[in-house]
Ligand binder design. Structure first.
Ligand code: NAD
Length: 327
């Protein structure tokens, strides 16, 4: 298990302006900046409270992609946000670059633009202590923890016999054990809160077999099995555990030369749009991929009041491909 720098209460804090100027995040907490809150504005205008007003949402892998879009959706609904992300471009045994420190800084600014507070933490989901520290700081900063989105994940494409032991264990340590550790770190705070939500990011590939993403597919099945087990374990603690299972989504996880090259090996210039166009005719609706906003709406569904008594559910957001799933 690789431990990247993580949050520490004693670490020096940089202002967001410094962070953006230097392009660095530092080894610890990078920003906990307060802006004029939407709540203050609403109090003046007499507007109705937003659905997640006063709540705190912790998002792993929140510096870009589905995690960031989901964080923005919850920020729009009034939640304060914690973005926990490895924010390290080159990670051993991952086939494409992950987020940068600058991505995390920019994501923080995007969240704050919604008038809520944002705490950004550079950390690795493989490091339980880092997640425990980050959640403790979230509770100290915002007064509690209500919603956790276990979203950080990496993909790898290739034939079964091509994967090295390190590549396999990296996917399992991040995609599966990472989400187990997110749960371990979150549950004491959610219990103390009287309950809450954990939303797990699986995939349409967690519903079927796939010979191009065999190891990744197996991790995404594991996410569903674990989420249902968590639902059984924590239902009496009023902690709802649900899963979102997206089809292809336009993010750097899929839209990068390595993965696209493996998906379209004979294509002279494989593009995300070419993959989407290939998928589209086989789908029940004329859609070949989803936008991150489509997935964020499903996350918001499991974060909001409508699902206060729903647990162990899997919501497919996969252009209707679930029509061909057995169960
Ligand atoms: N994009 C798709 O087509 C698609 C489809 C189905 C499911 N998913 C799932 O959605 C989730 C988010 O993926 P995305 O498409 O937004 O990818 P992405 O690569 O754009 O974003 C993933 C984020 O997670 C971070 N991350 C990766 N490993 C980490 C670690 N060890 N610790 C902390 N942060 C880490 C990355 O830095 C990045 O910011 C993943 O679990 C992925 O498997 C994606």
């Amino acid at each position: 298990m690789t431990s990247i720098s993580h949050n520490s209460a004693s670490a020096p804090k940089m202002s967001r302006r410094d962070m953006l100027r230097t392009g660095t995040i530092g080894a610890a907490t990078v920003a906990a900046s307060t802006v004029a809150t939407a709540r203050a504005g609403m109090a003046q205008s007499g507007a109705a409270a937003k659905e997640l007003e006063g709540k705190t949402a912790f998002i792993t892998g929140g510096a870009r992609g589905i995690g960031l879009a989901s964080a923005e959706e919850m920020a729009r609904a009034g939640a304060n946000i914690v973005l926990f992300d490895i924010a390290t471009r080159e990670v051993p045994h991952v086939q494409y670059p992950l987020s940068s420190p600058d991505d995390l800084a920019q994501a923080t600014a995007r969240i704050e633009a919604h008038g809520v507070r944002c705490l950004a933490v550079q950390g690795d989901v493989r490091d339980l202590q880092a997640q425990e520290d980050a959640m403790a700081e979230a509770v100290a900063t915002f007064g509690g923890l209500d919603i956790v989105l276990a979203n950080a994940g990496v993909s790898q494409a290739g034939r079964i016999e091509e994967f090295s032991a390190n590549e396999m264990s990296t996917q399992y340590e991040i995609n599966v054990a990472g989400m187990v550790k997110t749960t371990q770190a979150a549950v004491p705070h959610l219990r103390a809160n009287g309950g809450g939500r954990i939303i797990y990011m699986s995939s349409g590939l967690g519903r079927v077999g796939n010979d191009l993403f065999p190891v990744y597919t197996s991790t995404k099945w594991a996410v569903i099995g674990f989420a249902k087990s968590a639902a059984l374990s924590y239902g009496r603690d009023n902690i709802m555990c649900n899963v979102v299972a997206p089809g292809l989504v336009r993010t750097p996880l899929a839209d990068n030369p390595v993965i696209l090259g493996k998906m379209l090996p004979d294509h002279p210039a494989p593009t995300f749009d070419a993959v989407s166009a290939l998928l589209e005719p086989g789908n029940p609706i004329p859609v070949g991929h989803h936008k991150v906003e489509d997935i964020a709406k499903a996350v918001m569904f499991f974060a909001g009041d409508a699902t206060r008594n729903m647990t162990a559910e899997v919501l497919d957001v996969s252009y209707g491909s679930a029509a061909r799933n057995i169960g």
